[in-house]
Design a binder for this molecule. Structure first.
Ligand SMILES: [Fe+2]
Ligand SMILES: [Fe+2]
Length: 275
């Protein structure tokens, strides 16, 4: 009898390992695709990537929920060092095609490695999504090759670039924190609240990304300088003009001004109001 329980526990642990590994893989895919999305000027192509990123969020949530159900905590940390970024967008989309191929390969092998029926079914469903994603990325790659000049953003690295990347990364880090709480929370009302906060922050991240792509400012976290976020940015006219464009009167900003101020000591409102 004892041996049987050990066998069952080992099997559950193996499934939990698989699920946690996949949460990580999906998380990397989400961030990588969001970054790539904001490097593409063509709105339609950008929308295609956004849809894929949303499906990866669903995958991540499914894997994480199953791991929590099986009794595990799921740790989620920022993965910006894991993503393929700061390169020519055509090359980056090729990396996305590769990532989808790898996901299909890994998930297919996992179907036989777990004896949890729900996990098996999830994997089967998700593999079909990943195959579809691969085809969409192939289409995007062809379109970008055709219009190489128009769609590839090439911006100079300056303080505006660094600051907007800083804002974008800051929102991402915040979202990671909230999603971690959301996934591990068992109280459904708190869970709903975390989901609400995550979505609001995602919208804000989206606004920052849209402003960047519109202005042709490259998304690349490596451009962030250490000292950004201090008062000297008040004097940068070019940052003001970019921020004024998207941040001053939006309702979501009003709701989150306080939170943002708590995090870094000033709000975007402080920056955009003229002295
Ligand atoms: Fe996925
Ligand atoms: Fe995918």
């Amino acid at each position: 009898m004892e041996i049987q329980i050990d066998v069952i526990l080992l099997a559950i642990m193996r499934t939990i390992d698989i699920l946690k590994n996949n949460v990580f893989l999906e998380h990397v895919a989400i961030l990588q695709y969001l970054i790539h999305m904001f490097l593409i000027k063509d709105e339609k192509l950008r929308g295609e990537i956004e849809e894929i990123a949303k499906e990866e969020m669903k995958h991540m949530h499914m894997f994480a929920s199953r791991a929590v159900y099986l009794g595990s905590q799921v740790d989620i940390k920022s993965v910006e060092d894991e993503v393929k970024d700061c390169d020519d967008i055509v090359k980056l989309i090729k990396e996305d095609i590769k990532a989808e191929e790898e996901a299909v390969e890994i998930y297919s092998a996992q179907i036989d490695a777990t004896d949890d029926d729900i996990t098996k079914k999830m994997l089967e469903l998700i593999i079909e999504d990943e195959k579809k994603h691969k085809r969409i990325f192939e289409y995007i790659s062809e379109e970008l090759e055709k219009n190489r000049q128009e769609d590839v953003i090439d911006g100079a690295v300056n303080e505006t670039v660094a600051f907007l990347n800083y804002l974008l990364k800051e929102r991402y880090i915040k979202i990671v924190e909230i999603v971690k709480d959301f996934i591990n929370e068992k109280d459904t009302s708190r869970k709903d609240f975390n989901l609400y906060k995550a979505i609001e922050n995602m919208k804000l991240m989206g606004k920052i990304g849209e402003a960047m792509v519109e202005k042709g400012i490259p998304v690349c976290f490596k451009y962030i300088k250490e000292n950004l976020g201090t008062t000297n940015i008040r004097n940068m006219d070019d940052i003001m003009s970019v921020l004024n464009k998207f941040a001053s009167k939006e309702r979501f900003m009003e709701a989150y001004e306080k939170d943002i101020k708590k995090e870094r000591g000033f709000t975007i409102g402080d920056l955009t109001s003229q002295e």
